[in-house]
Design a protein around this ligand. Structure first.
Ligand SMILES: [Zn+2]
Length: 469
């Protein structure tokens, strides 16, 4: 960010700004209660999304009726506004866009997030309009990317700027990651009246990545390696912060947030390098025993989300899973898409499986994973009342699709994170899951070499293990 740019605006634009803000607030409220278009790219500010003009009775969607966190990444400046000029003559706007794109790529590949950019090319956007894009989409976090500038070329370091108090935890989560990853001075978090932030209705921060006016810092920030490190750190900071939140949660009252009606994607990243391996759709007689043997050889306890109809067909395998100390979850009876079935059918799918599992392994699980990870809010609310924690995943190996072992490992390396939950399958799939078994061996040794330990979902999320009582 450069001093010449209007980070803080004064009097003349104040009235315009207030008018725009009232418009933005009205739009935000209106949109929040209607289906939000899932089309990529920024929502045009001049037109309401489809459905907004209807009665809203049939398709009204609660603001939190979604499974993924929405992040808006804002590449600062652009177009006629180049931002700062670095020592080398490079423009800040180009650095901002390049770094923003790398962050975007990471978030996009992570099943926990949906992500949008305020700009993906060299164009000028007003500060208020950047925030308005995030507001209209009801985003969970807004992260604006900048490079810093100062007349003294000796000044260095990262700082995270925020406006409202509710943005402080996000600022702190990023501050913990970014300076350390870049190996430069940590200038801390700073509160101020920044237009782009105070116009945003969700936690919002500016990342002043480093000083483009410091020669060494500039060349590091402009390098591929420096930007990759910064992108990874910002991605991890956003993820660490949101791990403790509920998608759409900032728009909800505190009481709703505390009611426990949430979908778990991962555990806390603050508890060291712990991950949970999970296996869906079993048990069967072919793949499941191979997985169990590998886990046993490595002394690892994992979590199996089982289907009622497969437990019925392979009760001994379900018993073996329980006996070997793995956590067990309910994955429905016959793997329907819960979006497509009635509430009554959904509850029956779950209850029949709970009953059979109790008869087979001796207890009723307290974990549930919806088939395809898909669940509407009304069903989530009902399931949460059934003493079931709803658990999805952060690392999708795509193993069911028949991809190669190498492809599975690539996805793991890209998505793994302390506190993460890895999804694989123990039955079904294309090619009989032959690569799942091989990938599991590699995954265990590779992640161990990186210092990861393996825990069950119950341990990761600090849930009681029902079999123990
Ligand atoms: Zn499944």
């Amino acid at each position: 960010m450069s001093h010449s740019s209007s980070r803080k605006r004064k009097r003349p634009v104040k009235t315009m700004y207030l008018l725009l803000m009232s418009f933005v607030v009205l739009m935000g409220v209106r949109i929040a209660w209607n289906t939000i278009s899932s089309a990529a790219g920024p929502i045009p500010l001049t037109s309401a999304p489809s459905g907004a003009s209807q009665t809203g009775q049939s398709d009204s969607v609660h603001p939190d009726d979604r499974l993924k966190f929405r992040i808006v990444i804002d590449a600062g400046h652009g177009g006629k506004d180049p931002g700062a000029t670095g020592v080398s003559g490079a423009y800040e706007k180009e650095f901002n866009l390049s770094l923003a794109e790398r962050i975007h790529k990471r978030l996009e590949q992570d099943p926990m997030f949906e992500v949008r950019m305020t700009r993906s090319d060299d164009r000028f956007i007003e500060l208020e309009d950047r925030a308005a894009i995030a507001n209209a989409w009801n985003a969970d976090a807004f992260v604006s990317i900048h490079g810093n500038t100062f007349h003294d070329p000796a000044v260095t370091g990262t700082e995270i700027l925020y406006a409202g108090k509710s943005s402080l935890p996000l600022a702190q989560a990023l501050q913990e990651q970014v300076a350390a990853a870049l190996g430069i001075r940590d200038r801390g978090v700073k509160q101020g009246d920044y237009v782009v932030l105070s116009a945003a209705h969700m936690p919002a921060v500016i990342v002043e990545t480093g000083y483009l006016t410091h020669p060494e810092e500039e060349s590091m920030l402009l390098s591929d390696e420096g930007q990759e490190r910064a992108a990874q750190a910002i991605y991890e900071g956003v993820k660490a912060y949101l791990s403790e939140q509920t998608p759409g949660g900032h728009a909800l009252g505190a009481s709703h947030r505390q009611s426990g009606n949430k979908i778990h994607f991962n555990g806390s990243s603050k508890e060291g390098k712990r991950v949970a391996l999970t296996f869906d759709d079993g048990p069967d007689k072919i793949v499941t025993p191979q997985i169990l043997d590998i886990l046993k050889d490595n002394d690892i306890q994992a979590t199996f989300f089982m289907l009622g109809n497969r437990v019925q067909a392979n009760p001994d395998m379900a018993k073996r899973i329980a006996e070997e100390g793995h956590a067990i979850g309910n994955h429905s009876w016959a793997h329907p898409k819960f979006d497509d079935i009635s509430m009554e059918d959904a509850l029956k799918e779950i209850e029949d499986t709970q009953q059979l599992l109790e008869d087979t392994i001796g207890y009723r699980p307290n974990l549930f994973r919806p088939p395809y990870g898909a669940l509407q809010q009304d069903k989530l609310d009902r399931i949460a009342q059934m003493n079931l924690a709803v658990v999805n995943w952060t690392v999708d190996t795509m193993d069911w699709s028949g991809v190669s072992t190498e492809e599975i490992m690539k996805l793991v390396r890209e998505q793994i994170y302390p506190g993460g939950i890895v999804l694989q399958h123990s039955a079904g799939g294309k090619n009989g899951l032959e690569n799942t078994v091989e990938a599991l061996k590699q995954m265990i040794s590779e992640l161990r070499a990186e210092g990861y330990t393996f825990v069950t979902v119950s341990e990761l999320l600090h849930l009681p293990k029902p079999g123990d009582s």
